[in-house]
Write a protein that binds this ligand. Structure first.
Ligand SMILES: Nc1nc2c(ncn2[C@@H]2O[C@H](COP(=O)(O)OP(=O)(O)OP(=O)(O)O)[C@@H](O)[C@H]2O)c(=O)[nH]1
Length: 434
């Protein structure tokens, strides 16, 4: 089941503050505009190194990343980088010109990346880097390579992007690590290794881990021109030929992680109700059917509760659609709190469901009745100008139908819907189970 609380990929909020050290006012304000348009990213702008040092020494907020122009009136390239890195803050360097010696110096100094100040594209690239690097703090990668020097370089390149790396020379050990460390999202694998080739290693991984959840990048210096295709056909997402530059490595890793984020985001959007953040009808019927079948295989039955707000149309008519939406959200959040362990979804306008599996009947009937009573007794807060029944607060009631069954979610739904209809017919604000 998707974890509804894991929406970090969905949020574009950057933890902490981005420090911009840039003496060209036009450029810094354009950068602030682009960062704010693409991310929720508080920024602090300094025009000189002296100002930046003061901020670095006295900031009460965590500075998560610094975007530094290298040609400040009061400091050299290296002084700016040193001043920021002394506080353990990753640096994105901005430069008006490019030269090989400057590039080498920046890479030696461990900057995340350098960006040429050319166009709007450069600003957008900075924004995507800021987002990536701050997200990378949550990313764990597994690196498998029998060469000590390759492992060292890859570990170092990943650390520069703030990715945590677990390294091993042994692909068999790597498979075991992958089983233990469930939060690994990226695997980087060499090809020619003892015990197992990289291609075989990828094949083994793909028996259990899908491409959409775990990105694998093959890395090899082999002269065999068919190796890239072998890696990709066995399930790798990408391939980097050795030797590679830091820049290429950064771009490939970034693209693969962005792809995973995009897939997660698409899944989230297609499975979630936009208004409440609960699962939607599609997700409920897909994953609910699996749970119901699993329970049937274990000779257990599932219970389904269908909840409907009473006279909801009147709330819309009397107080407006926005207040109707607030009532829906209030109910949804209360359901999340009451039924944290169950599959809860909004399957229609003011119709919600809870699928109970592995629960005793007595528990289910008690908790549904407690929920009904809690909703009745707990008015929710209305926005200032809206008149209501108690001090700007509005009460709602719900009717609940509950039925049990095994094997067929649609049959269970029909039975619970019938109980809901009976609850409505009997006067609403009640639970009917059977
Ligand atoms: N505010 C708001 N209203 C919605 C939403 N989705 C559906 N509705 C409204 O929900 C109302 C449902 O009304 P009915 O199905 O007639 O039922 P009811 O008024 O709740 O009456 P009973 O269910 O018989 O107690 C309709 O007026 C829909 O327009 C939504 O997302 N937001």
């Amino acid at each position: 089941m998707l974890n509804q609380n894991e929406h970090s990929f969905h949020s574009k909020t950057i933890p902490g503050v981005a420090l911009i050290i840039e003496d060209q006012k036009t450029f810094s304000s354009m950068l602030v505009t682009v960062l704010n348009a693409k991310l929720t990213c508080p920024t602090v702008v300094c025009a000189t190194l002296a100002e930046a040092k003061l901020v670095l020494a006295n900031s009460h907020e965590v500075i998560s990343i610094a975007i530094c122009d290298l040609t400040l009136p009061d400091g050299s390239n290296e002084e700016v980088i040193d001043a920021v890195q002394a506080h353990g803050i990753p640096v994105i360097a901005l430069t008006g010109t490019f030269s090989e010696p400057l590039r080498n110096l920046l890479l030696r100094r461990g900057v995340v990346d350098y960006v040429l100040k050319r166009s709007l594209n450069s600003l957008e690239y900075v924004a995507s880097l800021v987002e990536r690097v701050t997200r990378n703090l949550q990313i764990k990668a597994l690196v498998v390579d029998d060469s000590e020097s390759s492992l060292t370089i890859i570990r170092h390149y990943l650390a520069r992007q703030k990715i945590t790396a677990i390294c091993t020379k042994n692909p068999v050990e790597a498979l075991a690590i992958l089983e233990q460390e469930k939060d690994i999202q990226l695997v980087l694998s060499d090809h020619e290794m003892p015990h197992m080739s990289g291609v075989e290693f990828v094949t083994q991984i793909r028996k259990k881990h899908r491409k959409e959840k775990l990105a694998i990048i093959g890395i090899s210096g082999s002269a065999d021109k068919t190796l890239v295709a072998h890696f990709l056909k066995s399930g790798a997402n990408d391939f980097i030929p050795k030797p590679f530059s830091y820049e290429e490595f950064l771009c490939r890793v970034t693209q693969n992680l962005q792809m995973l984020d995009l897939i997660k985001e698409t899944l989230y959007v297609s499975n979630t109700d936009y208004l409440t953040g609960l699962y939607n009808r599609r997700y409920f019927f897909e994953s609910g059917q699996v749970l119901v079948q699993e329970a049937a295989t274990a000779n257990q039955c599932c219970y389904l509760g269908v909840i409907d707000i009473d006279h909801f149309k009147r709330i819309n008519d009397q107080f407006g659609h926005d207040v109707g939406d607030l009532a829906i959200c209030f109910l949804a959040h209360t359901m999340q709190a009451f039924f944290a362990r169950e599959l809860v979804a909004r399957i229609g306008g003011e119709e919600f469901v809870i699928l109970f599996h592995g629960r005793e009947q007595n528990y289910i009937l008690d908790v549904l009745e407690q929920f009904r009573s809690h909703i009745e007794k707990t008015p929710f807060q209305l926005p200032g100008a809206v008149p209501a029944n108690h001090n700007g607060r509005l009460s709602i009631t719900v009717s609940i139908g509950c039925a049990s069954g095994n094997g067929d979610l649609h049959a269970l739904m029909k039975a619970a819907d019938l109980r809901l209809y009976q609850a409505k017919e009997a006067g609403r604000n009640r639970l009917v189970a059977g």
